[in-house]
Write a protein that binds this ligand. Structure first.
Ligand SMILES: Nc1nc2c(c(=O)[nH]1)N[C@H]1C(S)=C(S)[C@@H](COP(=O)(O)OP(=O)(O)OC[C@H]3O[C@@H](n4cnc5c(=O)[nH]c(N)nc54)[C@H](O)[C@@H]3O)O[C@H]1N2
Ligand SMILES: Nc1nc2c(c(=O)[nH]1)N[C@H]1C(S)=C(S)[C@@H](COP(=O)(O)OP(=O)(O)OC[C@H]3O[C@@H](n4cnc5c(=O)[nH]c(N)nc54)[C@H](O)[C@@H]3O)O[C@H]1N2
Ligand code: SF4
Ligand SMILES: [Mo]
Length: 718
């Protein structure tokens, strides 16, 4: 732990969710406060309750080994040395028998505070089979931004005069920092368009609330492009000088008149025209990132359309800035050392034939533009580039096709619950010869493991960030306290395994502080010096330039084209094929995040759980009457894929004919083990309801649709 002055502040970044809020504690006080202003709700209750989390009696504070079976686990606490010896030996034996590609990882770098380190370990061992749940989130958006602009764009909230939200609902418990920016913008007179089928608290603040049909955002966006082009509202100078593919785009958009879109989206054509004009005529419009676009059947097209709109109307590098990459400290991508993985092993990456955009094949297409800008190749943008395809990887784990995957690590990720087709992921884990989980709790995933390793938590570690290289800044977080029990940081685990597996030369840093000093050497600093302040700006390379193959904003994407995907956005009906609408009269979506938990975490914290004790389905009063359901009834929600049990909430804000199911529910206090339903994961989690077969995946990136079109029924439990 870094020493600080008595009475001074320790500063950190909360990662209880991906809001990334700045937090600080005064040395002698036990609270986390917002350094912005302690009176503002700029951090949520989860962060305020960090001590309840840190000291929770259920927290795993010593390594555990399963001495029973996968289905009937018996847990024994063991020493770190024994755990690491055995894991290294078993992993080496699997690699020896099946090849390094038989080793796969699902990791959330943000949760563990280290980016690039696991990939470095895998690259040196020879495995390309890494997946990350952030692919279902902003990581998906990042790949599409990169295809269009060459890098990520960030919205300029301070000057925005029009905000376009797709399903974002912000509040004191849901990304409070962005909520404050939204409120400040609205107070300044900025307008808000909210595209959301539900009436949400944020939608109530909007000037235009477009109650779109679930999963049809692509059609609306194409119609906006249609109107903007047909009415000549686009920025001709920017389009002519800074983009490619306008003619082809115009041709494609012609098919999506406002009338056509109206019939798909359920928004009248005149409103589509009015809002398109509002966007095009704004001075500084922004479309901030929101997860709705990442989880649709037409995900890549939805995100492409958003990117295209920013460029068509001249907002790129005006109110939406291309932010990187940057020079400065050694980046996470550099640390990953992708060069160490041979072409032969890259070619084995699972799913890269069917879904190449996310794979090495996709990322290699940016090498030339990076090098011509004087940069090294930057293969990764947000911790999830150059990845295997999740659904295909789980299938390979189950079936050993195209080849066996036999060792699996879940690192700061509750894998069982954080993709589609939970049933298939459980089977995939059962078919493994080695499963290692690095977490805080006996999660449903940990319950299926051979070894569970106790991770430290953000308030217990000194961290050099960010864990994604997306923006030109280095951040420094100071531990508030020592790790609980024998909890250790992830670099410790990787270093110990690397040493045991003959990779000591690739990991010369004895601990995370030596690693940080190595990363900081290019800017002539050490951890001790740099960590005095929370952040250090880095030098963006070619800021504002477009590191695409053409050097321009690609309205028609040469990257997608080279990979055999549609280079232009399109709209495909997200409905489930051959759905029996009599059997399944409703459409279901997963979302509306819980205020008091984050994805699958925090259900164990009493002060949070008492506010959200049960998983809830929301349905319209008309549907409740139709299906004989009363408020507070326990119900079964069933799709063709599976079913979950939820408490009914009758909610007139939920559109008729639709149903909300929550993400991330399990009950840590209930019995463990597969036979007992993995502490409620098999009873409540949204992943039970959604297929990961190709019909339910986005055609370009292969990520699952969790947000629209899937049919369901709801029945009262009698
Ligand atoms: N079915 C379905 N899947 C989804 C989504 C969905 O809506 N439905 N949402 C997607 C989205 S938007 C996102 S962002 C991702 C989120 O994916 P993740 O961030 O991976 O979220 P979880 O799957 O809840 O896993 C988090 C796990 O990390 C552990 N953890 C938290 N902090 C630490 C730490 O400091 N150290 C260690 N070792 N472990 C820690 C928690 O205990 C928890 O078990 O999931 C995606 N997956
Ligand atoms: N307290 C708390 N805060 C969180 C999280 C948490 O778990 N808890 N999770 C964090 C994470 S990882 C993320 S990704 C964000 C997610 O935060 P948001 O982006 O706000 O996502 P949701 O809360 O799932 O919002 C879903 C909204 O989108 C609408 N929606 C659903 N499908 C569609 C569709 O097809 N089109 C449109 N236009 N709208 C649709 C729903 O009606 C709902 O109102 O929140 C973050 N903040
Ligand atoms: S919103 Fe809350 S949980 Fe998320 S980062 Fe901010 S303070 Fe932490
Ligand atoms: Mo997310």
């Amino acid at each position: 732990m870094t020493d600080i002055d008595p009475g001074g502040f320790r500063h950190s970044t909360c990662v209880f969710c991906d809001g990334g809020c700045a937090v600080a504690i005064r040395n002698d006080e036990g609270i986390a406060v917002s350094p912005l202003d302690p009176n503002l709700p700029a951090i949520c209750s989860k962060a305020h309750l960090w001590r309840d989390y840190r000291n929770h009696p259920d927290r795993i504070t010593k390594p555990r080994k399963n001495v029973g079976s996968r289905t009937n686990p018996v847990w024994r606490e063991i020493e770190w040395g024994q755990a690491l010896d055995e894991i290294a030996e078993r992993l080496a034996a699997i690699i020896e028998k099946y090849g390094a590609e038989a080793f796969a990882v699902s990791e959330m770098p943000l949760n563990i505070g280290f980016g690039g380190i696991t990939r470095r370990f895998m690259n040196h061992l020879g495995s390309p089979n890494y997946i990350a749940p952030v692919l279902l989130c902003m990581g998906n958006t990042a790949q599409v931004h990169r295809a269009t602009y060459g890098w990520y764009t960030a919205a300029d909230w301070e000057h925005a005069d029009l905000i376009v939200y797709f399903g974002q609902n912000r509040g004191p418990e849901l990304w409070p920092a962005e909520f404050l920016k939204l409120k400040a913008a609205l107070a300044r007179g900025a307008k808000l368009i909210e595209v959301d089928p539900r009436i949400t608290d944020t939608a109530l603040l909007a000037d235009h609330h477009l109650r779109i049909n679930y999963g049809t955002d692509g059609a609306l966006l194409l119609a906006w492009i249609n109107v903007i082009i047909e009415e000549g509202l686009y920025d001709r100078e920017f389009v002519e000088n800074r983009t490619i593919g306008f003619e082809e785009l115009a041709e494609r958009a012609r098919a999506y008149s406002p009338e056509t879109a109206a019939s798909l989206c359920g928004i009248d054509a005149e409103t589509i025209r009015t809002t398109a004009r509002l966007y095009a005529n704004a001075n500084a419009a922004i479309i901030p990132w929101g997860v709705v676009g990442d989880m649709q059947k037409n995900s890549t097209s939805v995100l492409r359309c958003q990117c295209i709109l920013r460029a068509l109307c001249g907002f790129v590098n005006k109110s939406e800035h291309v932010v990187g990459p940057s020079t400065g400290p050694v980046s996470n991508t550099q640390l990953a050392d992708y060069e160490a993985l041979s072409q032969e092993q890259r070619d084995k990456q699972i799913g890269s034939e069917a879904y190449p955009l996310l794979s090495f094949k996709g990322m290699d297409l940016y090498e030339k533009p990076c090098r011509s800008a004087g940069l090294d190749h930057v293969p990764d943008i947000m911790g999830c580039s150059c990845t295997a395809h999740p659904a295909s990887l789980f299938e390979a784990m189950r079936t050993a096709r195209p080849y066996p995957i036999k060792a699996f690590f879940a690192v700061g990720n509750n894998t069982v619950m954080s993709y589609a087709n939970q049933q298939g992921i459980i089977e995939a884990l059962l078919a493994q010869e080695l499963v290692v989980v690095y977490d805080h709790w006996m999660t449903p995933t940990a319950q299926l493991a051979d070894y569970v390793l106790p991770g430290d938590a953000w308030m217990e570690r000194d961290i050099m960030g960010p864990t994604f290289d997306v923006a030109p800044v280095a951040t420094f977080c100071q531990a508030f306290c020592e790790p609980a029990g024998e909890c250790r940081d992830w670099y410790f685990v990787i270093k110990e395994l690397a040493d045991r597996m003959g990779l000591d030369e690739a990991f010369p840093w004895r601990d995370c502080y030596e690693l940080y000093d190595f990363r900081l050497a290019p800017i002539g600093k050490t951890w001790a010096e740099a960590s005095e302040r929370p952040a250090e700006p880095c030098r963006p390379i070619a800021a504002g330039a477009f590191l695409t193959p053409s050097g321009k904003v690609e309205l028609k994407s040469s990257v997608l084209e080279a990979l055999g995907c549609d280079p232009l956005p399109s709209y495909e009906d997200p409905s489930e094929p051959d759905a029996d609408e009599t059997e399944y009269p409703l459409t279901v979506f997963a979302g509306v995040r819980e205020k008091c938990s984050y994805n699958t975490n925090h259900h164990q914290i009493p002060a949070l759980r008492m506010r959200e004790p049960e998983p809830e389905a929301y349905l319209n009063p008309a549907d409740a009457e139709r299906f004989g359901i009363d408020e507070g009834d326990w119900t079964t929600v069933t799709t063709a894929h599976g079913s979950v049990r939820l408490l009914a909430v009758i909610d007139e804000r939920q559109p008729k004919g639709t149903l909300r199911v929550p993400h991330g529910w399990w009950k840590p206090e209930t019995p463990q083990g597969l036979g007992k339903g993995l502490s409620g994961a098999c009873l409540y989690n949204d992943g039970m309801l959604f297929s990961d077969e190709p019909w339910n995946l986005d055609p370009a990136q292969g990520l699952p649709n969790l947000r629209g079109g899937i049919r369901a029924k709801i029945e009262r439990v009698r």
